[in-house]
Structure formats: structure tokens, C-alpha cells
Design a protein. Structure first.
Length: 309
């Protein structure tokens, strides 16, 4: 089994593999599998498996890629994310079994619920199931995603060292998970909880903005803006998830680990804030009255452009 300390600094995201909400037959599955194999063979060993993505095609492609790579099962760290989109909590265990069967394994490294599952089914019901999965060694650790700080704290108090990570949005433009008093990142940093970052590059939309500081640093270090972003996020101890079907882009992402940003430039990146932009009110407790924190990277462009007409 892979020790968490041996996880590669950049992880593999799988949103878009095989499709998005639905399976897309026109997608080149062979190309996607080949890209995943290249990631694995290049050292990337943290993978997120979600049986809900593309009606299961994402997990199928990922499992094939792992089998056809030079990695053995015990050399990969599999995070299974469960959303309970069908509204049937009783199906969760069978979903875990389905993923284990695809990967020819008898364990999942970490099992991840999103906050909406706790909201819809209750904290006690969720921890009872996770406790059972840990006790029978179906899972090694547990994780949660897009949570508020109070839920993260409550989860940590219950599971202790078995809580491996929390997955959040953290981008150059939006850092509410870190700077908001209700945000979870500072608590995670203080309690040995790994911060996993999805959409760290906002699917290339951040680079397309050509923010002056990123352009300057890109020129200074002779690298791409995306590489600057990844080098900065990794320097914070976070684990960014990336996904690409282009081999050169995968190599570009991995090469970001060789960039040595100066302390001064790291501080400039930390201090940067978007001018003339008001972050939408965050709905930390899933009341439905404002913006879900998971949507920050998706709404930024529209909100920013609206505020700066």
C-alpha cells in the first residue's frame, strides 16, 4: 500500500474522462486512456475515481489505464468520491464494491463524501457507514470535499488520523476557502489534513486572463503561466489535480515541479488580489440562498466581467 508521504505532488483529476455528466460516445477513449497511462508512468500516483462521472465510463477508463501502466495497484493512491446523485444512500456500499472490482483490488485508499451528502442524509448516518468501511478494511482513510470549517472540524474530531484530506476550490482569483473565517484550509493546515485542489488552473481560464503578475513571472522564469500557478500551489503543500489528454501538456504540468520561485515572488503571488471584484456571498451551510463554494471557479469570469463592464 502506498504511504501518503509518497504521493506525487500533482494528482490526476478525472472530470471529463469518458464524458461529463453523461457518457459521450464520440470521445476518443483510447486517447484518454493513453494520456492517463502517461501520467501514471511519469510518476503521478494519486487518482480520483468517481463512478458518477460519465455514467461510470471515467472509472472504467481509469482502471484500464492503471492496469496497462507500469504501476501496480499498491503503487497508486485511489480516492473514491461519492456524491449519492441517485438519492439512494443504501447504494453507496455497492458503488464502492463496483469500483474495487474494476481496479481488481480489495481496498480503496480514501473514501470521500461531499458536504451535500451530510446535508441530505445526516452526519450520524454518514459516519456510521464510513466507520464500517474503515473497520472492515474496505477503506484505509476518509476524506470530504467542499465542506465548511465546522463540518471539517467535526469530522476530524470523530475520525482523527483516519481523515486524510479535504478537497476544495483554490485558484489565483478565488481564495475564499483560505481567507474567509468560515473557510476550511487554515484548520486543515493546523490539523494534518491534506488540501486537495480541483480546477487549480480553472481549465486554462486563469491563464487566458493574462493577469499582469502571472505574465511577468512567466516571462521571468521562462515558463508558462500554468506552470507558475502549479509551482505556487504545490509550494503551499497543497495537492493540485490536473487533467489533460495532450502529452505535452502533461509534461508541462510535471515540469512545473522543477521551478524554484523566489521567496519574494511566492509572497507576491500570496498577496495578489483581483482588483475591482467582489466575491459573491458564499453559502457555506448549503441553505440554497447564495453561491455554493464549489462553484467559485466556474462563475468567476461571468461575475468579474459583469462587475467590470
Amino acid at each position: 500500500m502506498l504511504d501518503p508521504k509518497d504521493i506525487f505532488p500533482i494528482g490526476i483529476g478525472t472530470w471529463g474522462i469518458g464524458g461529463y455528466l453523461l457518457k459521450e460516445p464520440a470521445i476518443d477513449h483510447y486517447k484518454q486512456e493513453k494520456a492517463l497511462i502517461h501520467m501514471l508512468n511519469s510518476g503521478m500516483n494519486f487518482v480520483e475515481a468517481n463512478a458518477w462521472y460519465s455514467e461510470g465510463q471515467s472509472v472504467e477508463t481509469l482502471s484500464k489505464a492503471l492496469k496497462n501502466s507500469n504501476k501496480k495497484r499498491n503503487e497508486a493512491f485511489i480516492c473514491q468520491a461519492v456524491y449519492v446523485k441517485d438519492g439512494k444512500f443504501e447504494n453507496v456500499e455497492s458503488e464502492v464494491e463496483k469500483v474495487m472490482k474494476l481496479f481488481d483490488t480489495d481496498y480503496i485508499d480514501t473514501f470521500q463524501f461531499t458536504t451535500s451528502v451530510f446535508t441530505n442524509f445526516g452526519f450520524d448516518k454518514c459516519i456510521k457507514l464510513v466507520d464500517k468501511l474503515i473497520s472492515n478494511k474496505t477503506i484505509r482513510y476518509t476524506s470530504i470535499t467542499n465542506e465548511n470549517k465546522s463540518l471539517l472540524k467535526r469530522y476530524k474530531e470523530y475520525f482523527g488520523d483516519k481523515l486524510f484530506s479535504h478537497e476544495v476550490s483554490y485558484t489565483f482569483e478565488n481564495r475564499e476557502n483560505e481567507i474567509d473565517n468560515n473557510g476550511p484550509i487554515n484548520y486543515a493546515n493546523q490539523n494534518n489534513i491534506k488540501t486537495i485542489v480541483y480546477q487549480p488552473l480553472r481549465r486554462n481560464r486563469t491563464a487566458l486572463r493574462n493577469w499582469p503578475l502571472l505574465v511577468e513571472l512567466s516571462n521571468k522564469y521562462a515558463v508558462t503561466q500554468n506552470q507558475i500557478l502549479l509551482a505556487w500551489i504545490v509550494s503551499k503543500g497543497f495537492l493540485p489535480l490536473t487533467k489533460s489528454e495532450t502529452i505535452s501538456h502533461i509534461d508541462e504540468h510535471i515540469a512545473s515541479l522543477n521551478i524554484k520561485l523566489s521567496n519574494e515572488d511566492l509572497q507576491r503571488l500570496e498577496d495578489f488580489r483581483i482588483q475591482n471584484y467582489q466575491v459573491p456571498q458564499i453559502d457555506w451551510y448549503k441553505t440554497g440562498n447564495s453561491l455554493d463554494v464549489s462553484q467559485l471557479p466556474n462563475v468567476f469570469d461571468e461575475e468579474y466581467d459583469k462587475q467590470n463592464k
